[in-house]
Design a binder for this molecule. Sequence first.
Ligand SMILES: [Zn+2]
Length: 113
Amino acid sequence: MHELGVTESIAGIVLRHANMNGARRVLKVNIKLGELTGIVDRYVSFYWDMVTKDTVAQGAELNFVKVPTVAYCNRCREEFRIEEYDLTCPRCGEVASDIISGREFVVESIEIE
Ligand SMILES: [Zn+2]
């Protein structure tokens, strides 16, 4: 269960930006969440209420933008979405060696007032 740690990191980033911008309240946080991270968004939301208690970010809505896992085939240069851990290129059958997205876990934007 590493959601607590990542939620604390996200809260730290959000609070720092909220402070810098003199926010009275954080309304919404947009988070890019890659499939490969294995992070469960509802656990993050659960911990969010806990770690932001009595801060300007308390009650902020978390909006998760899911990022699919995409691989790149070195042989035919096809980019393709990976489902069920199948790394085989649908075009040429080669096993892809590069994952080009799906590991993201970042704060994309913050809405404050
Ligand atoms: Zn290929």
